[in-house]
Every structure is written in structure tokens, then in C-alpha cells.
Design a protein around this ligand. Structure first.
Ligand code: ADP
Length: 364
């Protein structure tokens, strides 16, 4: 096979449509794929202006670009892929991706346009965008529902707690042991339910009145630690803090995440050893990477993925107090910041809770 035949075969079997024009936009050569894409035969295209396959509304823009390319063929746009619209012989339009390149011959410059039909890609993209929008809306509705439901549940619960409290006070020791025990159950359960419902309400409120501000994390941390001064003293805990950065974040939420993670580190401590908590932050590429590391009871590997679920707890309430909502709060807060949260831990060897906050968050 001679070289010309080979070149022609390669040209015609290219998966993209290829149109070669001169500097005025006159079509000189097209491959087989172009016929399939546009519905014209080669004969119908050759010697025609390229505008034939461009929707009329883009003609002016195209002509302006063409004269730009012609005077400066190495222009930046030449190599770049562009998403545009093309029109078929029957007048229908389709989305295309076009890679333009100049072909320098001895005395003139030709232009090659490789054209790919991206209608399917475009359709899939807009379907995903619509789906995303729908999900966001549903999420919002769900949050609103959670907020209203938990808000409305508070009132009857308050009544339950206050009356069972009154009965407890009035009648404990006056009837019998069984009575004392039952009323205690009612009182404790309704108090616990109040904690859970309050947790749910707080959860649905995260990010509602969010305000992005420049925060000195050292200052927030000191405030959080001073709120916990009693527990720290009681547990004789050692807190080691590295210099933290000043970052853009949501103030209330950032405080909450530090509060949750540090209070967990102070809660899940190991008997017989002095609790030590290391708090640090490092700058890694475009993110701040925070770490709250403890030497507490640690977490079994099989449970690492579960603890961020709402109400998920690994212990009995008699062992460690809690509602199981703190880490879901943390996850939601970090989502809000566009970061990630995870834990590295080994049972019996302590836990290292990590989270990232993107540095360019204020541009979002
Ligand atoms: P709560 O602290 O109210 O139980 P969280 O959502 O904060 O709820 O935590 C969920 C569970 O993850 C805890 O019950 C505990 O089993 C585990 N956990 C969280 N932090 C630690 C930690 N620092 N060390 C060991 N286990 C932890």
C-alpha cells in the first residue's frame, strides 16, 4: 500500500470528524466521520464555507474568531478543546467538542478541526445537575422536617419531665419500691429523650445561620478548654497544643467540632493511665489538616466507619454518658466546610481524629 492510501485510510477511519479548511474557512477536505455526523456527503461540503455546519446564531462570533486565528495561528485557543454547537444538514443541532490546530504548509496555513459529538455527555451532565438540585431540595426539606418535628416534640416532653419530676418528689418513699423504680424509669427516659431530641434539633440547625469569618483557632481552642477546665482537672489530663492557624471558617460550628472531639477524648479515657490529648494543625497543599489525638480506649477497627452515624454508640450508657450525636455533628460541620473527617484508631491504643478545612473556603 502506498503512503497516500495509508494516510487517507487513517484520516477516514478516525473516530472524530475531521474538517480541513483554508484560512478563509473554505472546506478543503473532510473524513468519513464528518458525513455521518452532519448528514452531508463529502461532495456537498467541499468548497463550502465552514459556516454551513455552524448554527446561524454563532456565525458572527465564528467569523471574528476565524480572522483572529488566521492572523495568529498559534493563538492560545487553537489547541484548546471547546464545547460548541454544530448543525446537521436537516437543521438539527448537536453539542460538539472541537480541537482546532493549524497545519503549516510551505506557503500557507490550513486549519484542522477535530469534531466529537458530545450530546450524550452533555445530556448526562444536565441529568446529573438536575438530580443534584432535586437532592439538595429534598435534603433541605428533610432538615426542615427534622427541625420542626424535634422542635414540636420538646413541649410535650417538657410536660412529661416536669410532671414525672413532681410525682417523683412527692411520692418517692410514700408508696412502694416498685413505684419508686417505675417513676424513676419514666423520669430518666424522658430526660434522655429530651437530650436526643435537642441533639436532633441542633443537628438540623447546623449551618442555618452560617457566617464565614476569619477565626484565630488558638483563641477558640482556649475558650473551649476553659469551659472544660473542671473535667480536665478531675481527670488530671495533659493537653498539648501546637500553634494553630487563623483560618476562614464558620465560627459557631468550628467551636462545636473542637468541643465535641476534645470532650470525647476526655470521656473515652483509659483506666490507669494519664489522659493526654495532642491538638495540632498542619498546612497540607490547599488545606488545613487538624488532628485531635488521645491515648484513650481506642476504637475497634470494625466500628471505625460506624461511629459517625447519628445515634451510633459503642458503649452502654452506664459506662460512658452520651447521645451518639456528637460525631454526626462533626461530620455535618466538616461537610459544610467542604472538608473531610476521619479517625485513625486501634482498640486500647488511643484515637486520632482528623479533619481538613480547605484554605480557599471563602471563595466558594
Ligand atoms: P457520644 O460521645 O455521645 O457517645 P459521639 O457521636 O460523639 O457520641 O461518638 C460516637 C461513639 O464513637 C462514642 O459513643 C464512642 O464509642 C466512639 N468514640 C468517639 N470518640 C472517641 C474517642 N476519642 N475514643 C474512643 N471512642 C470514641
Amino acid at each position: 500500500m502506498d503512503k497516500t492510501t495509508t494516510y487517507k485510510a487513517v484520516f477516514d477511519s478516525a473516530p472524530d470528524g475531521v474538517i480541513i479548511t483554508d484560512h478563509t474557512g473554505t472546506i478543503l477536505l473532510v473524513n468519513n466521520q464528518v458525513e455521518k455526523l452532519f448528514g452531508y456527503s463529502k461532495e456537498e461540503l467541499i468548497d463550502q464555507k465552514i459556516e454551513l455546519v455552524i448554527p446561524t446564531r454563532f456565525h458572527d462570533k465564528h467569523l471574528a474568531q476565524l480572522s483572529g486565528y488566521a492572523s495568529n495561528p498559534s493563538a492560545r485557543e487553537m489547541g484548546a478543546k471547546k464545547e460548541l454547537w454544530a448543525s446537521r444538514k436537516d437543521g438539527s443541532e448537536f453539542a460538539v467538542e472541537i480541537s482546532l490546530s493549524p497545519i503549516k504548509l510551505d506557503d500557507k496555513t490550513l486549519f484542522s478541526a477535530a469534531i466529537r459529538d458530545v450530546s450524550d455527555k452533555k445530556k448526562a451532565e444536565s441529568e446529573i445537575a438536575a438530580q443534584n438540585k432535586k437532592l439538595q431540595l429534598q435534603n433541605k426539606e428533610l432538615e426542615q422536617f427534622t427541625y420542626l418535628a424535634s422542635h414540636d416534640l420538646q413541649e410535650p416532653l417538657r410536660t412529661l419531665i416536669s410532671f414525672s419530676g413532681l410525682i417523683k418528689e412527692e411520692y418517692t418513699g410514700k408508696i412502694d419500691d416498685e413505684f419508686n423504680q417505675y417513676i424513676d424509669f419514666i423520669y430518666q427516659s424522658s430526660t434522655r429523650m429530651q437530650d436526643l431530641v435537642k441533639g436532633l434539633m441542633d443537628y438540623s440547625r447546623i449551618g442555618k445561620e452560617k457566617e464565614l469569618t476569619l477565626i484565630n483557632c488558638n483563641k477558640v481552642l482556649q475558650e473551649v478548654l476553659s469551659d472544660m477546665a473542671m473535667v480536665i482537672k478531675d481527670k488530671n489530663a495533659r493537653i498539648v497544643v501546637n500553634e494553630l492557624p487563623t483560618i476562614y471558617a464558620y465560627a459557631t460550628e468550628l467551636r462545636l467540632i473542637l468541643q465535641n472531639l476534645i470532650s470525647n477524648s476526655l470521656k473515652f479515657t483509659k483506666e490507669g493511665s494519664t489522659p493526654e490529648i495532642n491538638i495540632s494543625a498542619t498546612e497540607i497543599n490547599d488545606k488545613w489538616h487538624f488532628s485531635i489525638k488521645d491515648n484513650g480506649i481506642g476504637i475497634d477497627e470494625k466500628n471505625l466507619g460506624k461511629i459517625f452515624n447519628i445515634f451510633k454508640r459503642l458503649h452502654n450508657r452506664n459506662e460512658y454518658e452520651g447521645t451518639g450525636i456528637g460525631l454526626s455533628h462533626c461530620e455535618k460541620i466538616i461537610d459544610l466546610h467542604g472538608g473531610k473527617i476521619w479517625v485513625d484508631s486501634k482498640l486500647g491504643e488511643g484515637s486520632n481524629f482528623n479533619f481538613t478545612i480547605p484554605k480557599n473556603i471563602h471563595f466558594h
